[in-house]
Design a protein. Structure first.
Length: 240
């Protein structure tokens, strides 16, 4: 009997920075990052080309710095540097798991990681390496969700996968509103019109314009990433 094949050849996986904390209050929980990497390895080993954007919420968010009186742009650069730390930890865990990972940064820190160069990223993906895009878009006032939409469009990903702490998009934040219900699917226009806080409107708008669908699912649910990649019913689809 023929093995079922993945529904997607190339994907952009947005991994939650905050989820990296696991049960800790801050930083990177080793067991959590190892578990995440095991899930990623499963789909890479199926032949899927995987690019990753990692968030920084487990370390620093610019909006938090801004709220206590810091210059917002400076705080955002700190947030971008936080994503570089996460990217390094993720690449290390991936390499230990037998994958070959390359970190590419949107801001120049060449002694630490190589700069983002699109043709090079495409080459790595074709070679079966995992490319981790660090430092978001490289610009303050954006988020790593927007970086995921941007890089996803640039590399010709078929789908952006937002792997986060909740299992899909809800009518309201399910952590604040227990009566919120989960969408199986919704359009970008609906997500923007209802101001759904799961992703920022810039990311939704970019994906809508590029006709790049997004799947939102839980990073904590074992096997969920593989099910999304296989085209099975999992999480919420946001579409054009
Ligand atoms: N309508 C909604 N549906 C689902 N989750 C929502 C909604 N509105 C707000 N949220 C919240 O959005 C959170 C996920 O987005 P957020 O950008 O905070 O995290 P992340 O992308 O997982 O983390 P990081 O920024 O660290 O990478 C969820 O944990 C949830 O509480
Ligand atoms: O393009 C970008 C991406 C991120 N930032 C800053 O980094 C932090 C962490 O990213 P999250 O998406 O919140 O995980 C973010 O709060 C911004 O401060 C940025 O400035 N530009």
């Amino acid at each position: 009997m023929l093995e079922p094949r993945p529904a997607h050849k190339r994907i952009l996986l947005k991994l939650s920075g905050e989820a990296l904390m696991g049960d800790d209050a801050f930083g990177i929980n080793r067991a959590t990052i190892v578990r995440m990497v095991e899930e990623v390895a499963e789909v890479v080993n199926m032949g899927v080309e995987v690019a990753v954007v990692i968030g920084g919420g487990n370390i620093f968010r610019g909006v938090a710095g801004g709220s206590v009186g810091m210059d917002r742009a400076t705080a955002d650069y700190m947030g971008m540097l936080a994503t570089v730390m996460n990217a390094l930890a993720l690449a290390d865990a991936m390499n230990k798991q037998g994958l070959t990972a390359r970190v590419m940064s949107a801001i120049a820190i060449e002694q630490v990681v190589e700069p983002y160069v699109r043709p090079k990223a495409l080459q790595y993906l074709e070679e079966g390496k995992v490319v981790i895009f660090a430092a978001g878009t490289g610009n303050p006032f954006f988020t790593t969700d927007t970086a995921a939409a941007l890089r996803g469009a640039e590399i010709g990903a078929e789908l952006v996968l937002k792997a986060t702490k909740v299992d899909g998009v809800y009518t309201a934040d399910p952590k604040k509103d227990l009566a919120a219900t989960r969408y199986a699917r919704l359009s970008f226009d609906e997500a923007i019109a209802h101001n759904l806080g799961i992703m920022d409107a810039t990311a939704f708008a970019l994906c809508r314009d590029q006709k790049l669908p997004i799947k939102v699912f839980s990073i904590f649910k074992h096997g969920a990433l593989k099910r999304v990649v296989m085209g099975e019913d999992e999480g919420t689809l946001v579409h054009a």
